[in-house]
Design a protein around this ligand. Structure first.
Ligand code: F6P
Length: 526
């Protein structure tokens, strides 16, 4: 493949982008075209994307789509959906779309069998057919996992809290900081708690430490070793290690190497979701994602939501030097969405070489961050409106609230969402008092969900997954590996040893030696 930035299309995009950077450019002026909203918005079932408030016109969009075609995006989508080995550094497919195929189209018997096995557990827990070691029904599920084995399920359970079944609380522990587990255990009863140890590899240090902590808690509370199985299930592709930990074979739910951690909430990693909302609604989540998959695989690029959103990110990152993107859900229920998107995007796109190992000639992944509106308006929005950096925003709003009897207040929430994108787009000139001037022409997307239902949430999450994939194809990087995190893991093991060593470690760098010595002095162990 040609070097990306030497292509004629890239050069044309560079020239085109200059039009949006001139001092007299006005995003507001683009709305003189009466059809702008109709031409720059796209709907897909219960989801609508308005991308009209972007630094984009029809010509720029055509050029971006041409770039996608030249980068063989169509073929790349087909390869992903066909389950080809697209994660070359690990020699695996990235076939998460297969997890959400409808039952009758399922091509992989293991997926259907796993869903049935999950369903059986959910049924047993919900009907108290599965009890703790003293015969009491399970009232608390604690998921122990980190990264992809935590963020997706935790975010979905929070988002769908109004759909959660009563009498069962689902909690999440991820951090190796023991206070995290302690805080959750303080609110839990060992007789009525089920732990889900979620780790694709079953080697992640944080998860193993927390699982050991949970086992100690149960044993200290009087649970006999041979009853521990009533309090533990695992989700892992490393069955041998899960067995060695002491989890019964029938309580191990499979994971597959063709599902990446950050793309895994649709697999048995979604068990806490299924336990929280029930299996029918978990299947609705899968169905919503499948509907977005079909849209992504079949819609023309000019009407294709993930393609358009992916190309917009490439546009800003490549031609406007945008360093970060904000995601601001106007929904408290989507509080954890930015955290989930951070891993999805930054672990997938934080790469500096192409799939052939060549240095990337252009910017790749950027920082993703955000918190729910309206809270963000009272902290960082000042910088979005008047700061020197231009940070594109994804606004997310939900037309119908899940809150009871709060229609009026919900309208206030929606009004704020609409007002912020409008203020960023239009700005307001005040030459007499420059500190009051907002420059405007600051870009944003607005996504609207009809309701925060399992199905709409599934579509929204699949949309973001595919948006990330689109960017990776344009940049020719592997979105499905994460070698950068390995070095930190290796060094953490070395540092743990250095903290345990009585003798000073003269072999270490001066900073590590100094920090370790200070820690030991303050711990009284020097
Ligand atoms: O942070 C690195 C990572 O490998 C993520 O990609 C993954 O989601 C997380 O660790 C947890 O991994 P595991 O499920 O194997 O414990």
């Amino acid at each position: 493949m040609n070097s990306l930035n030497s292509s004629v299309t890239w050069q044309a995009l560079t020239a085109k982008s200059a039009e949006f950077k001139t001092p007299d450019f006005s995003l507001k002026a683009l709305f003189a075209e009466s059809e702008r909203y109709a031409r720059f918005s796209v709907a897909q079932e219960g989801l609508l994307l308005d991308y009209s408030k972007n630094l984009l016109d029809a010509e720029a969009r055509t050029l971006l789509i041409r770039l996608a075609e030249e980068r063989q995006l169509k073929q790349a989508i087909q390869a992903m959906f066909a389950g080809e080995i697209i994660n070359k550094t690990e020699q695996r497919p990235a076939h998460h779309v297969a997890l959400r195929l409808p039952e009758e189209q399922q091509i992989n018997g293991e997926v259907s069998a796993t869903l049935r096995k999950m369903s059986a557990l959910v049924e047993k827990i919900h009907t108290s057919d599965w009890t703790g070691h003293t015969g009491r029904q399970i009232e608390t599920v604690i998921n122990i996992g980190i990264g992809g084995s935590d963020l997706g399920p935790a975010m979905v359970v929070e988002a769908l809290r109004s759909e959660c079944l009563p009498n069962l609380t689902v909690q999440f522990v991820s951090n190796v900081d023991p206070i995290h587990m302690q805080q959750i255990l303080e609110r839990s009863n060992p007789e009525t708690t089920l732990f889900v140890v979620a780790s694709k590899s079953f080697t992640t240090a944080e998860t193993i430490a927390n699982a050991n902590n949970a086992r100690r808690w149960l044993l200290n509370s009087g649970c006999a070793t041979d009853h521990l199985n009533q309090h533990f299930v695992a989700v892992s592709s490393n069955v041998a290690s899960a067995l060695a930990f002491g989890i019964a074979e029938e309580n191990i739910y499979p994971m597959w190497d063709w599902v990446g951690g950050r793309y895994s909430l649709w697999s048995a990693i979604g068990l806490p979701i299924a336990l929280a909302i029930g299996m029918d609604k978990f299947r609705q989540l899968l169905a919503g994602a499948h509907s977005m998959d079909q849209h992504f695989a079949t819609a023309e690029f000019s009407d294709n939501m993930p393609v358009l959103m992916g190309l917009l990110s490439v546009w800003y990152r490549g031609f406007f030097d945008t360093d970060s993107f904000a995601v601001v859900p106007y929904s408290q229920s989507l509080d954890k969405l930015p955290d989930f998107l951070q891993q999805l995007s930054m672990e997938s796109l934080g790469k500096r070489v192409t799939r052939d190992g060549e240095p990337l000639p252009v910017n790749s992944g950027a920082v993703i961050w955000g918190t729910p509106g309206t809270n963000g308006q009272h902290s960082y929005f000042q910088l979005l409106h008047q700061g020197t950096s231009v940070i594109p925003v994804d606004f997310i709003a939900v037309a119908n609230s899940n809150a009871d009897d709060a229609a009026e207040q919900h309208e206030q929430l929606l009004a704020n969402c609409l007002a912020q994108s409008l203020a960023l787009m239009e700005g307001r000139e005040n030459s007499a008092e420059p500190h009051r001037s907002s420059p405007g022409s600051r870009p944003s997307n607005t996504l609207i969900l009809k309701a925060l239902s399992p199905s709409a949430l599934g579509s929204l999450l699949a949309l973001f997954e595919h948006q990330v994939f689109v960017q990776s194809v344009i940049w020719d990087i592997n979105a499905f590996d994460q070698w950068g995190v390995e070095l930190g893991k290796t060094l953490a093991t070395e540092m743990l040893q250095a903290l345990a060593d009585e003798a000073e470690r003269a072999d270490l760098d001066a900073s590590s030696q100094g920090l370790i010595a200070q820690l030991k002095r303050w711990q009284g162990t020097a």
